[in-house]
Design a protein around this ligand. Structure first.
Ligand SMILES: Cc1ncc(COP(=O)(O)O)c(C=O)c1O
Length: 381
């Protein structure tokens, strides 16, 4: 009989936890009015719930001074932040200025920036160091007189490395450059409290933190002006028109509350399992390369290159036994641009694996995963 594969792909998405599901329940069919219909009592009630969720998120993140703009997820938030900021810059200055990012950003950042490049903006993609981290000196040397926007993610979705956001945000602030950061992978896994205030635009996604899919947010400083991507009824400060999905908003706010509350405890547990997995694999196998800094890294991420085997066969054999990722969930089967950017060859990138641990991963899962991976590697070599 086939046993269920072990799930080690929690960076792609997480299940909605019970408390979140419960929190959403009244808003599907009992309290269902349109929060924008403020001319009737039911709409006013729905609007109050929407605003209470917004305030709850600001409080949980200690960001009362930032605006919360709800979106459909991190992809839309990144698009709004980058396209919106650059197009507004052009509107105000009639100039195509300079933007800085990293080669290892998620495609949801790189693709909007490619669009801006085609529109006339000048975009620099910095190659991080071999450990996946951006060098601050290199970053400073890339800043030009007309740099107006920087987008550098907090934690990488493939190799889990945590960038020096605190310093980068301070450098940007001192030079009057707007700083955007994609936080989709780090909320609930690392302590964020003191990091957030200097970041002018922050992207977050609900389905990475045990909340519902289809909702995300962009936090922006009050004084940031963006050109909206979606126009219509003028919801979300005129930056994102459309009726908001109240159950998802409520569920997302609950997921953020729980993620922040349990961050330390969860991170300790995940780190313990991640280290067990790494130690077990290193003890039993030679020729494993760790991709990205192991010290400055998300607690639940492991990304390894397995040398001396055929990557395609490796992933094919693992498919029915371990649910994991050969790159990012959004990479359409191409070899990872992140691994190539940190110096892995095409072949090495193909024989790499991202294992990401979740809150329901057990010690048994870890031991079995070590066994399965070790047997598969032996078989292929
Ligand atoms: C760093 C990062 N940014 C953006 C996204 C896209 O997020 P969403 O699925 O919420 O659009 C992901 C999803 O994997 C991600 O990891």
């Amino acid at each position: 009989m086939l046993s269920t594969p072990i799930l080690l792909d929690y960076q792609s998405s997480t299940p909605c936890i019970e408390d979140v599901v419960i929190s959403m329940a009244p808003y599907w069919s009992e309290i269902f009015s349109n929060p924008s219909s403020k001319s009737n009592l039911a709409g006013i009630n729905a609007s109050a719930i929407l605003e209470a969720s917004r305030e709850k998120i600001q409080e949980c993140l200690f960001l009362q001074k930032k605006k919360v703009i709800f979106t459909s997820g991190a992809t839309e938030s990144n698009n709004l932040a980058l396209l919106g900021c650059a197009r507004n810059y052009y509107k105000e200055t009639e100039k195509y200025g300079h933007i800085i990012t990293l080669k290892t950003e998620h495609k949801a950042v790189l693709e909007p920036l490619n669009k801006l490049r085609k529109e006339g903006f000048n975009v620099t993609e910095i190659r991080p160091e071999k450990d996946g981290l951006v060098s601050e000196e290199k970053f400073i040397s890339c800043i030009k007189d007309d740099t107006f926007l920087v987008s550098i993610m907090m934690a990488n979705n493939e190799i889990g490395v945590i960038q020096p956001i605190e310093n980068i945000s301070k450098i940007c602030k001192s030079r009057g450059i707007t700083f955007h950061s994609d936080f989709a992978q780090c909320l609930g896994y690392v302590e964020l409290k003191d990091l957030l205030s200097n970041v002018n635009m922050i992207t977050m996604s609900s389905h990475k933190i045990y909340g519902p899919k289809g909702i995300g947010l962009l936090l922006i400083d009050e004084e940031i002006n963006l050109e909206p991507l979606i126009v219509g009824g003028g919801q979300e400060y005129g930056l994102r028109s459309g009726t908001l999905p109240l159950p998802l908003v409520v569920g997302f706010a609950k997921a953020i509350e729980i993620a922040v509350l349990n961050q330390k405890k969860n991170a300790e547990k995940l780190l313990f399992y991640r280290n067990n997995l790494l130690e077990g694999l290193l003890e039993n196998n030679s020729g494993l390369l760790i991709n990205g800094s192991i010290k400055k890294r998300l607690p639940h991420n492991l990304n390894l290159t397995v040398l001396d085997l055929n990557g395609a066969k490796f992933h094919k054999l693992l498919k029915s036994k371990i649910i994991c990722s050969s790159g990012s969930a959004c990479s359409n089967g191409e070899p990872s641009h992140v691994l190539l950017a940190i110096g892995r060859s095409f072949k090495e990138a193909e024989s790499s694996i991202r294992l990401s641990i979740g809150l329901s991963t057990s010690s048994k899962d870890i031991q079995q995963a070590i066994q399965i991976l070790t047997n598969t590697i032996k078989l292929l070599r």
